[in-house]
Design a protein around this ligand. Structure first.
Ligand code: SF4
Length: 482
């Protein structure tokens, strides 16, 4: 179960005290971030690629209805079944009825954030299906009875020792911290399950309108096994996963894999164009593609439309100073990190998720890392503004800003305020910084210093010194002139 978004502040506090989590999160700064930076630089002109990738998503989202229709028509011609799910309940019902018709007992699953979004596993398990995650990270999470904490590395919050104990306790294999041995243990357990499964469920990384193909990007081959070995393959996708043309795929793959894992290309890129044909050696007898809205139409019509460009690469999580410190579970729902702080309020409502858009320093690192240049800080500000207009600002903030605005309109008062602040800060100021402030400002200085009010204001400095240092317009002050 997810922790829920309302208790974000408390969850974040707990996460900061969680030593194993803090150790596990070092992987982000030590490995994920430098690997992505090096990989993107090696692309030659990453800016041009990002611009191109963004243009593809802009076009796809701008004409979503047209491309979805084209995609569905092509799937139909290929002999696949297309299902439209308005919301999460409908998506679950569609998948359940396909599983019932297939008389399934065992279901294998590839990694899918869309499936997390609709809480598919608990639903199917409640109905008596044996559901097995086949992505290694997801499998670890399933054994631990937890939820993923990262979009592409679901078990990143776990240390190697924790995973070793888990495999030993749950699977009964001898305890080992050797990565290869641990992987072999999971591999042995999972391989048998693929052969037992009646239905395979996967997500979709890209859905190509002009061919009706779906594309899966994985590093373990589990997506290919989940979609090929069982009799029935169900692919669940958010409707924004569409791209117009097959020709768009190379650039999208390039930016996705380099941003996600720093790889030129991931180990497996599987392109599925319809179910098994007469001359095919393998593949499912039935292919069902479930296209899910679940709130996306509302986002499409909103000022935060570009949230739909997200490729779920996870790069914005890795560079975010907040995510780097609290991990993913504290965010309380399926999508963590900066893009989660946007998507969660959009999907679940701003009233319960109002803390998330505030969980950002607005440093802009997420926007710089994003392969499709999504302006996350701008959307966070949109959501903060909406939250404030609904009365979601913390108590005391409104009168404080009214007071500030009033003072700013009265220069005399502003100068008096500065003088008082200089006097008031004297017991706390050390070398130009305030390291510890009393209530109600103490939260500011709990984890960072605050700049002390300067002994002389800019206006005073301007009048006494600076204006005389200005170079004159006719060049008397030196410098380079024509
Ligand atoms: S917002 Fe951008 S960086 Fe973050 S997961 Fe989506 S595509 Fe990746």
């Amino acid at each position: 179960m997810h922790l829920g978004t309302e208790g974000f502040q408390e969850h974040a506090r707990q996460a900061l005290k969680d030593e194993p989590l803090q150790n596990a999160l070092h992987l982000l700064t030590n490995e994920f971030v430098p690997r992505r930076v090096a990989a993107m630089q090696a692309l030659g002109d990453p800016e041009a690629l990002r611009t191109q990738a963004r243009a593809v998503k802009e076009q796809a989202v701008a004409q979503l209805d047209t491309y979805l229709e084209q995609f569905a028509d092509n799937l139909d011609k290929l002999g696949a079944h297309v299902h439209w799910a308005h919301d999460d309940a409908e998506a679950r019902d569609i998948i359940t009825s396909i599983a019932q018709q297939a008389e399934a007992k065992v279901i294998v699953k590839g990694k899918s954030m869309a499936a997390e979004e609709i809480h598919l596993n608990p639903h199917l398990e409640e109905l008596g299906y044996e559901v097995l995650e086949t992505d290694l990270g997801e499998y670890i999470i399933q054994l631990a009875e937890e939820t993923p904490s990262h979009i592409i590395a679901p078990a990143i919050h776990k240390t190697r020792q924790q995973i070793a104990s888990l495999l030993h306790d749950k699977l009964g294999d001898p305890y080992t911290e050797e990565l290869t041995d641990m992987t072999q243990i999971a591999r042995r357990a999972l391989r048998q399950q693929f052969l037992r499964a009646d239905v395979g469920i996967t997500g979709v990384n890209f859905a190509i309108a002009d061919t009706g193909s779906i594309v899966l990007v994985t590093n373990e081959g589990n997506g290919r096994l989940s979609s090929t070995l069982p009799r029935v393959h169900i692919a669940l996708m958010g409707m924004e996963k569409i791209i117009p043309r097959l020709d768009d795929l190379p650039v999208m793959l390039k930016v996705l894999t380099n941003s996600a894992t720093g790889q030129k290309i991931s180990s497996y890129v599987t392109m599925i164009t319809g179910p098994r044909r007469a001359h095919d050696l393998d593949g499912p007898e039935e292919l069902h593609v479930v296209v899910m809205d679940n709130g996306r139409s509302n986002i499409l019509g909103s000022e935060n439309r570009e949230a739909l460009y997200c490729l779920r690469c996870g790069a914005c999580l890795n560079v975010c100073p907040i995510y780097q410190n609290i991990g993913g579970h504290a965010y309380g729902w399926v999508y963590p990190g900066p893009i989660g702080a946007v998507l969660t309020p959009l999907f679940t409502g701003l009233d319960t998720a109002k803390h998330l858009p505030r969980a950002s320093t607005l440093c802009g690192a997420c926007r710089e890392a994003c392969p499709v240049k999504i302006n996350i800080p701008h959307m966070l500000l949109n959501l903060r503004r909406q939250s404030v207009s609904r009365g979601g600002a913390p108590a005391g903030e409104a009168p404080l800003f009214s007071l500030w605005a009033w003072v700013m309109r009265h220069p005399g008062l502003y100068r008096l305020g500065l003088k008082l602040a200089r006097l008031g800060q004297m017991p706390f100021a050390r070398r130009g910084w305030l390291g510890k402030l009393p209530p109600p400002f103490h939260s500011w200085t709990k984890s960072r210093d605050f700049k002390a009010v300067a002994p002389q204001s800019f206006r005073d400095r301007w009048q006494t010194t600076l204006q005389y240092e200005q170079p004159s317009r006719n060049g008397a002050g030196g410098g380079h002139h024509e």
